[in-house]
Design a protein around this ligand. Structure first.
Ligand code: ZN
Length: 598
């Protein structure tokens, strides 16, 4: 085995030297500001094509737009990394603000271009798509055309885009700023520690029940204290979206998230339908886990509790070695890719204060590299998160042969590769366990992901739907948000948990993300979809990697229904498809109960 010590902090200098004060970054931003200005002028002069003679001009505009998108993504990814690694880096906020306004500026020019293009008459449109250069954009150009038809005029959409910087995204930034001001004091091992929200969240799986209780209570208190502030951020985000939809004449707030995820409403219904019918065994699992913990019934503070102390901690290097060893069994390319990511400082994993909570993976398209952010404290769950983020990065890597415009996959399939990678690691962990106790503990870690996807995320989905429904009528108070959360939790957990976490709506960053609406169901989709892919990989061994990468490459050029049909031969609008994945999870839950009974 390699004795290499992998860096626990990432290398950002390779993109722009000097962090948020970087001159290189300023130079980059100025360059792209100029490009955006030029592009906007060209779009002003651009007219709806009247014959196939315009195809070259359309092609040129698309190439320019593509270049700008990559430049903005590069800077945006850098801003995300700066903001996440040090929440007190005020310069990062300035960079973020700049990138956001550039993106909005470009967004309105690009939208104007799309709208002019969308007005092309059918016959001319078909002749454009026959052009050699444009052919490969058929799927996305058709998508643009459909989307443009649903929107307001160029001028109105341009105005919306311009106002979104401060009127919409600003609320998301406000949320992050408020969270970064929060700190929680908790006594761990006789020592009082001042922790960031992210660090405190990591203690939810602490082996000491008193620590878990205290963390749960202190976090709830902290969110409660600020509930009126967060009611503001959430209501204004939701209110902005609804006002925009209303102006566009859309009555269904699910229209945007479903279209964004390139899926049909029937598919989403089939997925939740299958899940709702399968709660029993997961309720039974939570009841059983509660007993193992010496509790009458499961309570919120202990859902994340480890059931056995035999779970060993893995150092960062051990975690990395574990991931690499098991990735290798699924395919040489994924393993080699992950090793490179570890070696070359693509990952920020250090456990320190001041970091943003959670994990993410972001791509730097101009450098063809990704960066992964997380806080690694040595649990198997951290190892799984690391594998998850590496899966995202591998997806980006698999898409390299595609034109950059054909790499923009939606979030539901984005979670396919991440979950796939996570499954490899968590399955392996269960199989490699050296005692029954440890096996159970690791299986528990795996089943807890099912709990997250089928219960926690289901509760987020139910909550968010009802919140939007009520927001249509006006401001939803913090008190009401707490009630909606409580109801959603009771339903989604099938009554398995005695108490609630009423401020979950405030504590969950996902509700405040402005990039995409309904940042919840795509996780569950990705998980179950991925299980189908994973099942195939188990059957076919390392030979499957090539087919797997072909599936990943297609994720940005077809609908999810088409993707599943082409690569899996499955109809995902039926509950039967979703049941297959859920059944695998049910087996895990039953196995856990069996292992830990008697
Ligand atoms: Zn993910």
């Amino acid at each position: 085995m390699s004795t290499a010590t992998y860096p626990e902090t990432w290398d950002l200098d390779v993109f722009f030297k000097g962090g948020s004060e970087s001159d290189e970054l300023q130079q980059h931003l100025r360059t792209y500001e100029g490009k955006i200005e030029v592009f906007a002028k060209k779009v002003e002069q651009f007219n709806t094509p009247e014959s196939s003679d315009s195809s070259y001009l359309v092609y040129q505009h698309i190439q320019e737009a593509k270049g700008i998108m990559m430049g903005i993504s590069q800077a945006g990814a850098f801003a995300s990394c700066l903001e996440a690694q040090d929440m007190n880096d005020t310069g990062a906020g300035v960079v973020r603000g700049k990138v956001t306004s550039m993106a909005a500026e470009f967004g309105s020019a690009f939208q104007a271009f799309q709208q002019k293009l969308a007005k092309t008459e059918d016959q001319v449109w078909d002749s454009l798509l026959e052009d050699e250069g444009l052919k490969e954009y058929t799927f996305i150009m058709t998508e643009w055309r459909e989307a443009a038809k649903d929107k307001l005029s160029e001028a109105e959409e341009g105005l919306i885009s311009a106002l979104s910087v401060d009127g919409y995204h600003g609320w998301g930034q406000m949320y992050n700023a408020l969270v970064s001001e929060m700190s929680i004091e908790i006594e761990v091992d006789g020592e009082v520690k001042k922790l960031s929200v992210g660090q405190a969240n990591n203690l939810r799986s602490h082996e000491n029940p008193q620590v878990r209780e205290e963390v749960h209570q202190k976090l709830e208190e902290a969110w409660s204290k600020n509930e009126n502030l967060f009611a503001q951020t959430l209501n204004h985000l939701g209110g902005y979206r609804l006002a925009k939809y209303k102006k566009r004449g859309w009555d269904d707030f699910m229209k945007e998230p479903l279209e964004y995820n390139r899926m049909k409403p029937e598919t989403l219904d089939a997925m939740w339908g299958a899940i709702s019918k399968s709660k029993d065994v997961f309720v039974k699992y939570l009841d059983h886990k509660a007993k193992l913990l010496g509790l009458e019934k499961m309570s919120w503070a202990h859902i994340g509790a480890p059931i056995s102390e035999s779970v060993k901690k893995l150092s960062y290097d051990e975690g990395a070695a574990f991931i690499l060893k098991h990735f290798k069994k699924f395919g040489p390319e994924m393993a080699a890719f992950a090793e490179k990511a570890f070696e070359e400082g693509w990952i920020e994993a250090e456990d320190r204060s001041g970091k943003r909570p959670g994990g993410f993976c972001t791509g730097f398209p101009l450098s063809e590299q990704s960066r992964i952010f997380m806080t690694y404290s040595g649990s198997m769950s951290n190892v799984a998160t690391l594998a998850h983020e590496l899966g995202h990065a591998f997806h980006t890597y698999a898409l390299r042969p595609m034109d950059p415009l054909n790499r923009r996959y939606a979030m539901n399939v984005a979670e396919t590769a991440s979950t796939f990678a996570e499954m490899i690691v968590s399955d392996a962990a269960v199989k490699e366990a050296d005692s029954k106790d440890e096996q159970a503990a690791l299986l528990e870690d795996k089943v807890s992901r099912s709990i997250a996807f089928f219960m926690n995320i289901h509760s987020r989905f139910i909550f968010e739907q009802r919140f939007y429904e009520e927001r249509k009528e006006g401001f939803v108070t913090a008190k009401r948000l707490n009630e909606l959360t409580t109801q959603a939790q009771n339903e989604a957990y099938g009554g398995a948990v005695t108490d609630n976490e009423p401020h979950f709506w405030a504590s969950k960053l996902h509700f405040h993300i402005t990039g995409v609406p309904f940042y919840n169901f795509p996780y569950t989709f990705g998980y179950l979809f991925s299980l189908s892919v994973y099942a195939r990989a188990l059957e076919e061994g390392t030979a499957y990697e090539e087919k797997y990468m072909a599936l990943l490459r297609d994720t940005a050029v077809m609908t999810t229904e088409e993707l599943a049909m082409k690569h899996l031969g499955e109809d995902i609008t039926t509950e039967a498809f979703w049941m297959k994945g859920i059944d695998l999870c049910i087996q895990d839950a039953e196995e856990f109960i069996r292992l830990t009974s008697g």
